[in-house]
Ligand binder design. Structure first.
Ligand code: AOF
Ligand code: ZN
Length: 385
């Protein structure tokens, strides 16, 4: 007898099962990363961290580090789980950063995880700060909690790139940011009545970038030409960015906006010992207006940018925006101190009398990201150092 033809064979191999489980776990970790990113305006100098607790294939709790000095992600996730009437015992946690094991502003997350009797923890990436650096994972394992490290590691590293760089090098992540026309001009000629290159959407984006950053720096030429304020002009963002200028000869005008607003928005003038000594009266007036003066060593007649970055690192700045002009952008670029270029391009043509960018784009750049900002486009170009 001829049997019924076999129409469909579904062999659910161990390999397929493992692959599906990996994808599901990856999705949980990606969700934890999205949660983490919600802390972007308030966690610095702490990293953004998210955590999700899963039991019997259901999410039973989630949380993220919402602001500096407050609960860490893991504790918020455990509290959320309990508040929803679930027990975290024997559950799996997905956390975007290695749980801390030290007493800082809050107690160790490892202790909270152990107390909650979590069975397994997926960690996206190690916390490279000297207080943690593998010790959190070790402590969990010593308490028989299974730990898997490295799920969505690249995304987790990208999310807190400034935090990891500061821990590794003592310097913030450096973004060179400028706006340009299609013919790579950064500004209109001086005699032009035009001021803005980019549209309102792009300018709003810049304020969001400032809100996510710890500091912003310009050269003295930009202060003299534009008299910028460099603050965050959107009431939604309450955090204060540290503003700085590179001014080796202390040329800063007393009546410029940066000086005049230093009581409301912190402002540092990087200069040198000789200039401080030569302008003692001006130094006192600047200090009276709350400007901070920092003497930096000179290298070949220019302030050492490396030393400026180290000073900002000591002030816990995770991310620095260099906003020009062309001389300052080129100085950071040529000193190999930049991590990323952010170029806002407006569909206008300024012509040969405009202010030109004076370095060539890196020809080796890959992974360039584009963002549409109405009629403008933002290009984010990572630099491989
Ligand atoms: C975590 N989960 O959500 C965060 C962690 O002063 P504290 O207590 O807030 O500790 C700050 C340090 O804890 C910070 O430098 C980083 O090493 C780690 N951040 N760790 O387990 C979190 N935000
Ligand atoms: Zn913690």
């Amino acid at each position: 007898m001829i049997g019924m033809p076999k129409l469909f064979t579904f062999s659910f191999s161990f390999f397929t099962y493992n692959n599906i489980m990996m994808k599901i776990n990856e999705q949980y970790m990606l969700n934890a990363l999205v949660l983490a990113s919600q802390g972007y305006l308030a966690t610095a100098p702490n990293p953004m961290v998210g955590a999700i607790i899963v039991k019997d294939k259901k999410v039973i709790g989630s949380g993220y580090h919402q602001s500096f000095g407050h609960n860490h992600a893991e504790v918020n996730a455990i509290e959320d789980c309990i508040a929803q009437g679930h027990s975290p015992a024997d559950a799996t946690m997905f956390v975007t950063l290695e749980p801390c094991c030290h007493f800082g502003k809050t107690p160790p997350c490892t202790d909270a995880i152990i107390k909650a009797k979590i069975k397994k923890v997926f960690v996206a990436t190690i916390d490279n700060s000297s207080k943690v650096d593998g010790k959190g994972i070790q402590k969990l394992r010593e308490h028989n909690i299974e730990v898997e490290v490295g799920l969505c590691q690249k995304q987790a590293q990208q999310l807190n790139a400034g935090f990891f760089k500061l821990n590794d090098t003592g310097k913030p992540l450096v973004i060179l940011k400028w706006a340009q026309s299609l013919d790579a001009k950064l500004a209109w000629p001086i005699e032009s009545a035009n001021r803005w290159l980019t549209n309102q959407t792009a300018r709003q984006h810049v304020h969001e970038l400032r809100a996510k950053s710890g500091a912003i720096i310009v050269g003295i030429g930009t202060v003299l030409a534009d008299n910028p304020m460099l603050n965050i002009r959107n009431t939604e963002y309450r955090n204060k960015i540290l503003r700085a200028v590179i001014d080796s000869e202390l040329q800063i005008p007393m009546d410029c906006q940066l000086v005049q607003t230093a009581k409301d928005w912190p402002f540092i003038i990087y200069t040198c010992e000789t200039a401080i000594k030569a302008h003692s009266e001006k130094v006192q007036m600047l200090k009276d207006l709350n400007c901070q003066l920092v003497a930096i060593e000179k290298l070949n007649d220019h302030l050492s940018l490396e030393e400026i970055l180290i000073d900002l690192g000591k002030r816990n700045v995770l991310q620095l925006i260099v906003e020009g002009g062309p001389t300052t952008l080129a100085a950071f670029y040529h000193a190999n101190l930049a991590d990323e270029l952010m170029v806002y391009v407006a569909p206008i043509i300024i012509g040969s009398r405009g202010l030109a960018l004076n370095f060539d784009f890196p020809t080796t750049a890959t992974d360039i990201q584009t963002t549409d900002l109405a009629t403008n486009t933002l290009y984010e170009i990572p630099l491989a150092l």
